[in-house]
Write a protein that binds this ligand. Structure first.
Ligand code: GLN
Length: 289
């Protein structure tokens, strides 16, 4: 039995109630509007234009359920089933990491190294919902992009995103890191691998407990996956090919050292839009490739 009988509420009152319940979130007002837009099936601008409009009892019930789940920490992107990345609307589920704005830095750095023309082959390791692979594929239609993931469920989501976006220059292969592409070589390898240290307190805070641990945590210093990717890169890059990796806010120095020790050229760090060291780029030697 609900504590009180369900009632119709105006948009303004429903939003005010939700803001109060979500007061622990950084962006409670915006989150409440996104969730109400989803529950009521209208755009945010329509909500804001008609705050006096009454919501049905059913719309109120759906909205209150979403607000309760958000207050318990479920990411907004999972509650509404999508997140925008690189201006592409992407389906996301709890089988995939929620794409972060800082990962757009990785896409920018990849595009700089993929001038229009030619038919470069690009590999996105641990693609999740396909965000990076699809962003690159949408900007460089002539590229052939391969996205891999260990999780078949994630690749299923990536495929659905590809179909909805009608991008025909991407394929998906299931497997752990390079296992999925054993004998292939690429012009550019990109990855946002798991890089949070096991036991990092952030893993049990905010949205992270709801996201797949496989996509977040990677060994005692968070660098296990990055080490594997760096180790395998020389045998999967064509001559002068590029490796681009996202990493944690305090890991750039360690990742640059790993790349230098592995014999890469032009090893360089890049900051994200918030000014945090977030991405490294490195070029394979001009060997026989
Ligand atoms: N950037 C994510 C976070 O710290 C981690 C993503 C990752 O491990 N690739 O919230």
């Amino acid at each position: 039995m609900p504590e009180t009988d369900p009632v119709e509420k105006s948009i303004a009152i429903a939003l005010a109630d939700a803001r109060e319940k979500l007061s622990g979130q950084l962006d409670a007002g915006r989150e409440a509007e996104i969730l109400l837009g989803h529950a009521a099936g209208v755009s945010r601008s329509q909500l804001l234009a008609h705050p006096e409009r009454l919501l049905s009892v059913d719309q109120c019930a759906v909205f209150e359920n979403l607000v309760g789940r958000r207050a318990d920490g479920e990411p907004v992107a999972y509650l509404i089933g999508c997140r925008e990345f690189w201006s592409l609307p992407l389906k996301v589920t709890p089988a995939t990491l929620v794409p972060r704005p800082e990962t757009e830095t990785l896409v920018e750095q990849a595009l700089i190294r993929l001038p229009p023309g030619g038919k470069p082959e690009v590999l996105d390791l641990g693609t999740g919902c396909g965000a990076i692979a699809l962003a690159i594929a949408s900007e460089r239609i002539h590229c052939r992009v391969t996205g891999t993931d260990l999780a078949g469920e994630a690749l299923q989501v990536a495929r659905e995103n590809q179909d909805r976006l009608a991008l025909h220059n991407v394929d998906w292969v299931q497997g752990s890191w390079y296992q999925a592409v054993a004998h292939r070589k690429f012009d550019l390898i990109v990855s946002n691998p798991p890089y949070v240290a096991d036991g990092d307190p952030h893993l049990v805070q905010g949205d992270l407990p709801h996201e797949p641990a496989l996509a977040l945590a990677s060994g005692s210093d968070g660098l296990d996956a990055i080490r594997q990717i760096v180790d395998g890169a020389p045998s999967h890059l064509k001559k002068s090919g590029w490796l681009l990796l996202e990493h944690g806010f305090d890991q750039q120095k360690s990742v640059l050292e790993l790349l230098i020790a592995a014999g890469f050229d032009k090893v360089c760090g890049h900051k994200d839009l918030a000014g945090i060291p977030r991405v490294v780029s490195a070029k394979a030697q001009d060997g026989p490739g």
